[in-house]
Structure formats: structure tokens, C-alpha cells
Design a protein around this ligand. Structure first.
Ligand SMILES: NC(=O)c1ccc[n+]([C@@H]2O[C@H](COP(=O)([O-])OP(=O)(O)OC[C@H]3O[C@@H](n4cnc5c(N)ncnc54)[C@H](O)[C@@H]3O)[C@@H](O)[C@H]2O)c1
Length: 371
């Protein structure tokens, strides 16, 4: 992911001044490959470099919190990959620290930056769908389909207790909550680990599959299927929202279109200059008919993060509050799957329209729950 971040940083006009990795040799390889001036011996060495004003944390999950904490304490702005932390308490402490230090602190829930996702959100917000009734979504991959497929993510010590949900289900939840404008208030989850042993990693406890039934406070009912062992599916992140008046369907593997369903007639709308809501048009980088994709969405996210550093308040920028939200949802999924029970999801952060949303908590403010 560091490569994707690096491209996005440069696209936004930043100077990538240095890279740290697990070893100096690894940092030097990356520096050479991506033409980065400095290769540091350690993250600590990177953080004392006064020319660094923002750090992108793209390391394995369990190391995010310590690196992010050190970066904030060194007064750097931070883009921290998801999961922000592998438990909600640590995610909340990072959110507080970012607020104390008045740093911009964001998490790459980048699917929010597809223009047609913004179009879907604007249409829901304008009331086109009517009251929302149901939502179904899935995030399906197949890169862990065989026992020979292995990665640090399957090891709970490195990736966190949840794998499929924390790794990709968190994106789906973020996207649906972002578009629907409603938060999951309770859920019932089942998880399954298909392979206890893989090529190098044995006695695996992290899930390959997670299935969720959920509701929001407004009564919206939903189901999600998340899998890293679905043959033929690479990054099949899709969702459909059904309202009383209309439905919307989005598939991130075909991100330039949106299906709008109606009882009398349905249509597929494409990204084009005519008729897009302003927030969607803002993220349209190339002429209609030339497809935009994942890197473009990532570029939009990083550009908005840097704009926030410069003092702007971009709409829909996913920050540490959203990282905490994902950690809370992940904890709820694990609890529900373990206990076989319906679980309430605490609403741990202030509403998006709260002034100063980027810094929603101070050290003195307790976390509150809506349940
Ligand atoms: N937002 C997204 O769309 C998205 C997509 C893919 C991955 N990710 C996230 O990006 C992160 C990295 O995933 P990846 O697939 O690139 O992993 P990776 O294994 O390919 O890369 C991790 C890098 O971190 C380095 N590293 C390991 N420990 C380190 C440490 N303690 N200090 C410094 N460097 C260290 C490794 O040398 C390696 O270069 C994960 O947290 C993952 O969840 C996000």
C-alpha cells in the first residue's frame, strides 16, 4: 500500500522526503524503487526529521497504534491505514491524542472518493430514495482461497483478532454508513475460519468469512457477506440500498456507474458532467467515458487530507473518528460471533455535522454511547 500512498502523495503535489521500513535495507530498496531521497534506519529516525510534516503509516496492523502515537507526539499529521488500532480503546486514545495535538489524522476509507459513491450519497441525502428500508452488501475476495495462500494478516498477533471483517468488512460498513447517513446500532454476526493451518501460519483463529445481520436506529435492516475465500471474486465490494421510492446499487469493480431502481423503470447512470451533484463532480478528474478507478479514489482522499492540513474542511474526509468507528464495529462483530448473540454497537463519536469534527474528542471528554 505504501506504493499507492506514494503515488497519491505526489499526485497531490507533496514531496515524498523519506521512507522507513522494517529494516534499513528494506527502506533503501523502497527509496531506490520509488526515487525517494532518504531511507531511514527506523521509524524513530524518520520522526526526528524536521522536514517531515505528515506521516503515512502503511505497516502491518498491530504496529499502527505505536507508530501513529509516536508520530502524533512528534507533532506530525498522520494518515494511518486501517485498522487504526486492533481494539476500540486504543483507537479512542489515538483520536484523543490527535485532538490534543491539533493534528490532521485520517484513515483511508478511500471508496468514499469514487464520484458515483458521492452521487449516491447526495441522492440519499436529497431524499430521492424516500425512507430507507433495506440494505445488502458484500465484500468478496479470493486471494486466501487455498491453504498455500498465506500472509501476516491471518496471524492474530500481527493482523488483529479479526481478519476478513477488520480488513475488508470495515470498508463495506464505512461505505454504507457514509452513503446511507445512518449508523449500524446493533448486529448479529457469524464468522468462519475455513483453514486452521496455512502454508506458514498454523492454528489460525482469524476468520475467512463473516456474515452480518444488522439494523440502524431508524429501522433500516441490512445484511452483509464478507469473504476472502470466494472463488473468482477479487475486490467485489458492492451494496444496494432500497428506499420506499427508489433503490441504488454500486459496485466498486464498475465504479463509474450507479444503478437506480424504480417500480416503473430502472436506469444505469454513468459519471458525466451533466446532472452530477457538486460533491461527485468535484471528484471527477478526467472526462466522462475515460474510466476512473481505485488509484484516483486514493488520490482524492490524500488530496483532501492535505487540503485539511492547509486549513480546508473537505466534506466526507474519513478521520480517526471513523477509524474508531470501525474498531467498535469490529469488536461488536467478534463479540456477537463468539456469544451467538445480538450485540449493540456503541456510537463512540460525535455526529459528522459537529463543528471541529476532525477533532471530536478532547482528553477530558468521556466516550459516550447511544445504547
Ligand atoms: N485502505 C486500503 O484500501 C488498503 C488496502 C490494502 C491494505 N491496506 C492496509 O495497509 C497496510 C499494509 O498492508 P500491505 O498489504 O501493504 O502490507 P505489506 O506486508 O505489503 O507491507 C507492509 C510494509 O511494512 C513494513 N513493515 C513491517 N513492520 C514494520 C515496522 N514495524 N516499521 C516499519 N515498517 C514495517 C514491511 O517491511 C512492508 O514493507 C495494512 O494495515 C492494510 O490493512 C489498506
Amino acid at each position: 500500500m505504501a506504493e499507492v500512498h506514494c503515488r497519491a502523495a505526489r499526485a497531490a503535489g507533496a514531496e515524498v522526503v523519506g521512507v522507513a521500513s522494517s529494516t534499513r535495507a528494506s527502506a533503501e530498496r523502497a527509496a531506490q524503487r520509488f526515487d525517494i531521497p532518504s531511507a531511514y534506519a527506523s521509524v524513530e529516525e524518520l520522526l526526528v526529521d524536521g522536514s517531515v510534516d505528515l506521516v503515512h503509516v502503511c505497516t502491518p496492523n498491530a504496529s499502527h497504534a505505536a507508530i501513529t502515537m509516536a508520530a502524533l507526539e512528534a507533532d506530525k499529521h498522520v494518515v494511518c491505514e486501517k485498522p487504526l488500532a486492533t481494539d476500540p480503546e486504543t483507537a479512542a486514545s489515538l483520536l484523543r491524542l490527535a485532538a490534543e495535538r491539533k493534528r490532521i489524522a485520517t484513515v483511508p476509507f478511500v471508496y468514499r472518493f469514487h464520484p458515483m459513491v458521492r452521487e449516491a450519497r447526495a441522492r440519499v441525502g436529497a431524499g430521492d430514495l424516500g425512507p430507507l428500508i433495506t440494505v445488502q452488501g458484500s465484500y468478496l475476495q479470493d486471494w486466501l482461497l487455498n491453504t498455500s495462500d498465506d500472509n501476516w494478516r491471518v496471524d492474530a498477533e500481527v493482523g488483529g483478532a479479526s481478519r476478513a471483517f477488520a480488513d475488508i468488512g470495515s470498508h463495506l460498513c464505512d461505505l454504507v454508513e457514509f452513503v446511507a447517513g445512518e449508523r449500524i446500532s446493533g448486529l448479529c454476526a457469524q464468522t468462519r475460519t475455513i483453514f486452521a493451518d496455512r502454508k506458514n501460519t498454523k492454528c489460525i483463529t482469524t476468520e475467512d468469512v463473516a456474515a452480518l445481520l444488522f439494523r440502524t436506529a431508524n429501522g433500516l435492516l441490512g445484511t452483509f457477506m464478507i469473504s476472502q475465500v470466494a472463488p473468482g471474486r477479487k475486490n467485489r465490494l458492492s451494496f444496494e440500498i432500497n428506499g420506499r421510492a427508489q433503490s441504488l446499487f454500486f459496485d466498486q469493480e464498475a465504479p463509474e456507474t450507479l444503478w437506480v431502481g424504480g417500480k416503473a423503470a430502472s436506469q444505469i447512470i454513468t459519471r458525466s458532467p451533466e446532472g452530477l451533484h457538486a460533491d461527485a463532480a468535484r471528484l471527477a478528474l478526467v472526462p466522462a467515458g475515460h474510466p476512473q478507478g481505485y488509484q484516483d479514489a486514493f488520490n482524492g482522499f490524500v488530496a483532501d487530507t492535505y487540503a485539511a492540513v492547509a486549513g480546508d474542511v473537505p466534506d466526507g474526509l474519513p478521520d480517526f473518528a471513523d477509524g474508531l468507528r470501525a474498531a467498535a464495529l469490529t469488536a461488536a462483530v467478534l463479540t456477537s460471533a463468539r456469544d451467538g448473540a445480538w450485540v449493540s454497537v456503541p456510537d463512540l463519536f460525535l455526529p459528522p455535522d459537529t463543528p471541529g469534527r476532525s477533532h471530536p474528542l478532547t482528553a477530558q471528554q468521556p466516550l459516550t454511547t447511544s445504547d
